[in-house]
Design a protein. Structure first.
Length: 299
């Protein structure tokens, strides 16, 4: 086959067009990921020219001699479970509401999506002020309503700090789920909806038997992205509490950063990052395979 003929082959053209993207992905994603895996088996303070190979010592240290790791692990699990429930659920409810023909629909969509494009550290700064028990927005509102007893140190109380931070995270991320569900609702067959209504189906029956099945691919995407986003939660936690009080809001991503950039133990930080990567793969890959098999059976 001549060079001219090969360039007219659609598969060859696709391969040629993919080369730049694959090269960029390899340099800026695969290589750093591989470097972190290698670093997790080494001891390095970030300054020395040489790295000392220590085998599984970093993993042994974080599993057996680092109590903060297990606190961060528990908090990450709680955070992930909440992220699988609340942002998708609230996003779906908003999408169903804003998919109706109501006044100001486009403006409301923009308002609910606006927090997504705000930098997480800016969101943290804003919510830190609102949570202030003396001068914050919530304290002022509760005082004006005569509910001073409800005022708490939302970020300073270790029993509620994690959930307080998650409320800010929910406020920022729910708009992304809403937009994905709005896009999915455009694929719902209006012919089937009208047919179901003619047959006497109510709103719940239409949603359960027509809308929800059509949204399954979107639900899969939303849940996978929610898991990935929750497992790497860092900015908003760092900005609001820094992992405190008493490590009650410590997360795996934040603890990896602390180990590497503040304690200068890059090996342990890399080991925590690898554990976080393995957890993400262990959750996402089986779910994607189960969803794919489920769709194949239905089709």
């Amino acid at each position: 086959m001549s060079l001219r003929q090969s360039t007219h082959d659609p598969r060859m053209q696709a391969a040629i067009l993919l080369v730049p993207a694959l090269a960029i992905y390899a340099v800026f994603a695969l290589y750093p990921m591989l470097n972190v895996v290698i670093l997790s088996f080494q001891k390095w303070n970030g300054l020395d020219a040489n790295r000392q190979f220590v085998g599984m010592a970093n993993y042994s240290a974080i599993f057996t001699r680092d109590p903060v790791f297990w606190v961060a692990f528990r908090n990450t699990v709680i955070w992930t479970l909440m992220s699988l429930i609340f942002p998708p659920l609230v996003g779906l409810l908003l999408a169903l509401s804003l998919n109706q023909k109501i006044f100001g629909r486009n403006g409301l969509r923009a308002i609910f999506y606006l927090p997504v494009i705000i930098a997480p550290i800016a969101v943290a700064t804003m919510w830190k002020w609102m949570y202030d028990p003396f001068f914050g927005l919530f304290a002022q509102l509760l005082t004006s309503w005569g509910m001073q007893g409800w005022i708490k140190d939302w970020l300073g109380n270790k029993d509620i700090a994690l959930y307080s931070v998650f409320v800010a995270y929910l406020w920022q991320t729910v708009g992304f789920s809403m937009v994905l569900f709005l896009a999915g609702l455009q694929n719902v067959s209006q012919t089937l909806v009208e047919a179901a209504r003619i047959d006497g189906a109510g709103r719940w029956a239409v949603f359960k038997h027509v809308t929800l099945p059509a949204l399954r691919p979107t639900i899969t995407i939303v849940l996978v992205l929610s898991v990935i986003s929750s497992l790497k939660a860092f900015d908003i936690v760092y900005g609001l509490t820094g992992g405190g009080p008493a490590q009650s809001t410590q997360m795996l991503a934040l603890w990896a950063f602390t180990q590497a950039m503040q304690i200068f133990d890059f090996g342990r930080g890399a080991a925590i990052s690898v554990v976080l990567l393995l957890i993400t793969m262990a959750v996402v890959i089986p779910y994607l395979r189960w969803t794919q098999r489920h769709e194949e059976v239905e089709s």
